[in-house]
Each structure stands twice: as C-alpha cells, then as structure tokens.
Design a binder for this molecule. Structure first.
Ligand SMILES: [Zn+2]
Ligand SMILES: [Zn+2]
Length: 263
C-alpha cells in the first residue's frame, strides 16, 4: 500500500509524507521537529521511523526543520550538490554520514522507493521536483516552479497522482500588498505558478492517465483554497472533463487535517 500525505504545504512551511511497504520518507522539512512529528503521528505513523528526507531546494519554507529533524532522529538527508552548498548555514551542523547526494535527472533508490529528481525553474541553486515509482503506480510532486518546462512535462506524464503548485490568484497578487519587486519575482519565469497556469497544466495530463490532482503550496496572502479549486475546476470542465469521473481534484490545506491518499 502507498500512503501519501502533504502534511504541510504552503509558503509558511512544507513537508510531504510518503510511505510504501517498509519505507517512509519526507519531502522537505520546512517546519519545527515538534510540528512535523505531531503531523506524522496524526496520520498514524512514526517520525522516528523515517528512512530519509529529500530536499527540493534551499528556500527556508522547505528546509528550516532539517537540522532539528536530523539531529533528533538521525535521518539521512538527500539533496543535490548545488543545494548542499547553500544549505548548512540555514539549519546548522548535521552528521556527515547523513549528508547524501543525488544527481538531478538521475534515478536513485531508497529501499522500496525509486525516485526521479528532475529540474524545475525556480530562483535557487538547483531546484527539483520528484517522481516516485512504486510498482505500477507513479506519484509526482512539483511545487515552486515558475512555468511548465519540457522536462517537467516528461516527468509528470503517466503519474497517477500529482501534487502541483497552485500558489496564487493572479488578480489577488497584482492588487495585493506585496512590494512590486516581490510581485515580479513571484510572477517571473523562476517564481511560482498561479491558479490558472496550474489548471492549464492539469488539463494536459488527464489523457496520460492522471487520476488525482492535489493543489499545493498555496500563498496565505494571495490565494484562497476555494478560489484555487474553482479556477482549476473551470479549466478542467472547459476542456470537457468531469471532476470525480475523469479526475479527482483536492486542495492541500496549508496546515493540519490534510487528506491521506491511499493508492
Ligand atoms: Zn516554497
Ligand atoms: Zn521556493
């Protein structure tokens, strides 16, 4: 059985849980050890049994809890070389033997889980999304991406479940209180996906077998879950697909009570 849960998803902290057979991993750890441990316990699992934490990129909301998680539970941490160079100053010292490296674009294995880290356009050293191969099922998680690239499309193809960024509503961002420079960064080629872009991407992959889409990494300032859901729903329906029949659409809340997906 595959158990997948976006424990936390959003600009104030990210941590996604995945368990398959005897292997459990976390994708990012951008919150305190206490919060992550509690969230894992809330879905009936044990943080001390984690086999690895995979890191997408070195932004604070993805790695702020890495140091305390590694020091507390002695967990191997996986990131690419460029990301490792940027990280330790953010979370402090960790055991040398737990600093594991993967290569972007090259599959690797952690016990029962095969993982493909792929390049995404974002304003950090070498940011990645991940696809997970779990016997006949494929799960892809990709957030913090300015736009869809060929590489991302190739990796989303054939996924049964996709966690995709639906970061902001474009009008809320443009009319909101953020400084102009930050608005430009978010909208940029290496920024974040808006709800409409997210919807357009989802539609492309339904014909490739995509069954469930989880909207994630929502902005607290510039988005509302219902608005994100409605925008993506509209894109799906305008293309002739039916929610609940052709595809399931779910919003990952920023914190607490997130749905556990069993595949
Ligand atoms: Zn982020
Ligand atoms: Zn980021």
């Amino acid at each position: 059985m595959i158990k997948f849960c976006p424990l936390f998803s959003g600009s104030s902290g990210n941590a996604i849980y995945l368990k398959y057979r005897d292997t459990s991993i976390l994708i990012d750890a951008g919150l305190s050890k206490r919060k992550i441990t509690q969230a894992i316990a809330d879905i009936g699992e044990d943080a001390s049994e984690l086999d690895a934490i995979l890191i997408t990129h070195e932004h604070y909301d993805h790695i702020s809890g890495i140091g305390v998680m590694e020091r507390g539970y002695n967990i191997p941490i996986y990131a690419n070389t460029s990301t490792w160079k940027e990280m330790p100053r953010i979370f402090g010292r960790i055991r040398e033997e737990n600093k594991k490296t993967f290569e972007t674009g090259k599959r690797f294995v952690i016990k029962d889980i095969e993982i493909m880290p792929f390049s995404i356009p974002h304003d950090t050293a070498d940011p990645v999304g991940f696809s997970f191969f779990l016997d006949s099922k494929k799960i892809t998680s990709v957030t913090d991406m300015g736009h869809l690239t060929e590489t991302i499309a190739e990796n989303i193809k054939g996924s049964d479940l996709l966690l995709l960024e639906s970061n902001h509503d474009l009008d809320m961002l443009i009319n909101g209180r953020y400084p102009l420079k930050l608005k430009k960064r978010i909208q940029g080629e290496k920024g974040h996906l808006c709800n409409k872009d997210c919807g357009d991407i989802v539609v492309k992959f339904i014909e490739f077998g995509l069954k469930t889409v989880v909207l994630g990494h929502m902005s607290a300032q510039n988005n509302v879950p219902q608005l994100a859901y409605d925008t993506v729903r509209k894109c799906i329906e305008e293309n002739g697909y039916v929610i609940g029949k052709d595809i399931n659409l779910v919003v990952a809340v920023r914190e607490g009570n997130n749905r556990v997906f069993l595949l």
